[in-house]
Design a protein around this ligand. Structure first.
Ligand code: C2E
Ligand code: CA
Ligand code: CA
Ligand code: CA
Length: 278
């Protein structure tokens, strides 16, 4: 036992210890974040690359903690997933996004909102019914709600994933595959899941100079999506060159700092007004 203790000692370097300590503190704080009203959604505009029109927004979770300050979802979502907190938090995200969407649509804006789903949420058979009720309660058509899934979700239990996906489609929801190209999905999965949209990961967009490997990957992705009847949305578009290249390649939609950063709901409403609708 002593021998083992000495070996495992190397695991607890000061850096690692600080990391676990922060993770533990964040997880405890996250337990109360919902009831304390520390969570909110920001909305990042999504535009049609050809007409320039605003077509929708991605809802992105924000956590403002009095001590820790703003905590990135890249840091707290994994903690929420490992602790099971993602279930109540994810339910809140869905209902808040649909409530907000209903408000905007009631003022005449014809837009859709995309919500990120974690694997735990997706593999819950009650999800479809909860979404159905939510849409009904707020009078939002299913076609105005999009769900963003990552490739890892669909890999865990492909058979169940197909069942859930079919019932989501049955409702009339749109489903997008997030971070495309960074996971392990095979072509046969793409076919089986009948996705509506591929989101080209920002890591490819970032290094996408004409003639580069990343440009070739982006072009091939757009071609693949086209032949399978899926739309393409490029993430992380930051420059005019990237936008023009993507448009010339036939990519339909874009999202990124060039168009707008994610905005709090009130700022997004002002942004909508600037877009000239309704
Ligand atoms: P994601 O779904 O891939 O979201 C895109 C991320 O890229 C967002 O980071 C967004 O703010 C950022 N981004 C947008 N445009 C640009 C750009 O032009 N340049 C750069 N460098 N970044 C850009 P964010 O908001 O920090 O979210 C990080 C991740 O956290 C998301 O990645 C998503 O995986 C997760 N996440 C956020 N909200 C939720 C949620 O409600 N539920 C779940 N399950 N995950 C969420
Ligand atoms: Ca996303
Ligand atoms: Ca993404
Ligand atoms: Ca991502």
């Amino acid at each position: 036992a002593k021998q083992q203790g000495r070996n495992s000692f190397s695991l607890y370097t000061p850096g690692l210890q600080a990391y676990y300590q922060r993770a533990l503190q964040l997880e405890n704080a996250l337990r109360r974040a919902l009831e304390l009203g520390q969570l909110s959604l920001h909305y990042q505009p999504q535009h049609d690359l050809h007409s320039g029109a605003l077509v929708g927004a991605e809802a992105l979770l924000r956590w403002q903690h009095p001590e820790f300050g703003p905590v990135s979802p890249a840091e707290f979502i994994p903690l929420a997933e490992n602790s099971g907190l993602i279930v109540p938090i994810g339910d809140w995200v869905l209902s808040e996004a649909v409530r907000q969407l209903a408000e905007w649509r009631a003022s005449g804006w014809d837009l859709s909102v995309a919500v990120n789903l974690s694997g735990v949420q997706f593999m819950d058979l009650g999800l479809v019914e909860r979404i159905r009720q939510l849409l009904q309660q707020h009078g939002v058509p299913a076609s105005a709600l999009e769900l963003e899934l990552t490739e890892t979700i669909t890999m865990q239990d492909p058979a169940l994933a197909v069942t859930v996906m079919d019932s989501l489609h049955g409702l009339g929801l749109s489903v997008a595959l997030d971070d495309f190209g960074t996971g392990y999905s095979s072509m046969s999965y793409l076919k089986r899941f009948k996705l509506d949209k591929l989101k080209i990961d920002q890591s490819f967009v970032r290094e996408m100079h004409p003639g580069s490997d990343d440009a070739a990957i982006v072009q091939a992705t757009i071609g693949l999506a086209q032949s399978l009847g899926m739309q393409t949305l490029a993430e992380g578009v930051e420059t005019e060159q990237q936008r023009d290249f993507l448009r010339d390649c036939g990519c339909q939609l874009a999202q990124g700092y060039l168009l707008s950063r994610p905005l709090p709901a009130e700022a997004f409403a002002r942004y909508l007004q600037g877009c000239g609708q309704p």
